[in-house]
Design a protein around this ligand. Structure first.
Ligand code: FA5
Length: 364
């Protein structure tokens, strides 16, 4: 029939039109590829390349604009055009990435060319950290006591008035508190002025007998060549049945001789602390003049290293320890003071100025 051939002719004509517009899109995409290649080879900076990439591959870029035409095509033609468009996208992405790598390489080459490399210069030796002298000597002191069977106990640096003063027999407003003029912080705590509060915490918290040392930082309103506002102490506490001052002297003599050498003499002098009775200051024979008298020991032949004494029966009782059954001693030694003697350092502030010329001398 006549209309059958008419329809067939119309369909053929339509297909021809479709095919022509598809070919048109393809050649447009080919044109884009060529243009992108030409322009990419002409850019000189990474900034220009970024702009070019956006121009071609951005959301509103040229490739995307071409793809908008796909919507009006016959559904069976779309996959062919879509595949070609993706192909072009991948080609352009690879092209821009390669150009970026080129530009980066050029920048690096330019930088290197500017640098003058002198292969005869000596290499840089990496500097290696060393243990801080106060840390090193603290570890050494802890080692001596732990070999004598002392455990290590710890307490907070922000301490309660009760543990720092009251439980140690310093009543409120007692003048003995003034010697340690305390830094009080918000919340009713204070920066502990000595490590002695750990005595109280240990007696309240642990079973008897007790043999501990308690190392740590303490704070006072002090500042001169032999006194630092922050310094380290090591507290010692020994509570058992039949413990006497003779045991204290034996332990401290062993400690002094391990640290300062065989034969170092130790003497106890009467003193006062509110929480020990009797109280003593402990001196070692001057390690510079060996007792003959020199400027360091003010011609006395002795150097003071720590305070100590028998734990006051009141303190024992307040901590739930029966003084009729148990006795004990305690001591508190200044770590910086020991380090100053051992290394012959005259100014305590050198430890805390972070001067590498000073600190690097302690390399082991
Ligand atoms: C006390 O602190 C007592 N708690 C020690 C004690 C413990 C006595 C147990 C009895 C029983 P003293 O204030 O003397 O005592 O300090 C002890 C040591 O800390 C001193 O011998 C000294 O070596 C060191 N020392 C004190 N103040 C400073 C400071 N500002 N800077 C550096 N070291 C210090």
């Amino acid at each position: 029939m006549w209309w059958t051939s008419y329809v067939q002719d119309r369909m053929a004509a339509n297909e021809q039109v479709n095919e022509m517009s598809i070919q048109g899109l393809f050649s447009e995409l080919d044109g884009l590829e060529q243009e992108a290649k030409d322009r990419a080879s002409g850019v000189d900076t990474e900034g220009e390349l970024t702009a070019l990439t956006k121009d071609f591959l951005g959301k509103k870029g040229r490739v995307q604009q071409v793809l908008r035409g796909i919507g009006s095509m016959e559904p069976e033609d779309r996959p062919r055009v879509g595949a070609r468009a993706n192909e072009i996208k991948a080609i352009l992405e690879a092209l821009f990435a390669a150009r970026l790598a080129d530009l980066e390489q050029q920048t690096e080459d330019r930088d290197l060319a500017k640098r003058k490399l002198d292969l005869t210069l000596p290499g840089r030796v990496p500097t290696c950290g060393v243990a801080h002298p106060i840390h090193a000597i603290r570890v050494e002191m802890e080692g001596i006591f732990s070999r004598m069977g002392f455990d290590v106990a710890r307490g907070p640096q922000a301490e309660e008035d009760f543990f720092n003063f009251e439980a140690l027999n310093f009543p409120p407003d007692h003048p003995a508190r003034d010697m340690q003029d305390t830094l009080v912080i918000e919340g009713g705590r204070l920066l502990r002025t000595h490590t002695s509060p750990v005595q109280v915490r240990t007696m309240l918290g642990y079973e008897l007998p007790i043999r501990i040392i308690a190392p740590g930082a303490v704070y006072r309103r002090d500042d001169d060549i032999t006194h630092s506002p922050m310094f380290y102490q090591i507290e010692g506490l020994h509570i058992d049945k039949g413990v006497t001052l003779a045991h204290l002297k034996g332990v401290l003599t062993h400690f002094a001789q391990e640290l300062f050498g065989d034969g170092t003499g130790v003497r106890l002098r009467p003193s006062f602390f509110p929480f020990t009775e009797p109280s003593v200051e402990v001196d070692i024979a001057c390690i510079f003049c060996h007792g003959d008298g020199c400027r360091v020991c003010s011609r006395t032949g002795w150097l003071e290293i720590l305070g100590a004494g028998m734990v006051d029966p009141n303190v024992l009782r307040d901590c739930g320890v029966d003084p009729e059954v148990w006795s004990g001693w305690a001591f508190g030694v200044g770590v910086e003071r020991v380090a100053m003697l051992k290394y012959g350092i005259k100014d305590i502030r050198l430890f805390y100025e972070s001067d590498q010329r000073f600190l690097s001398q302690f390399q082991r």
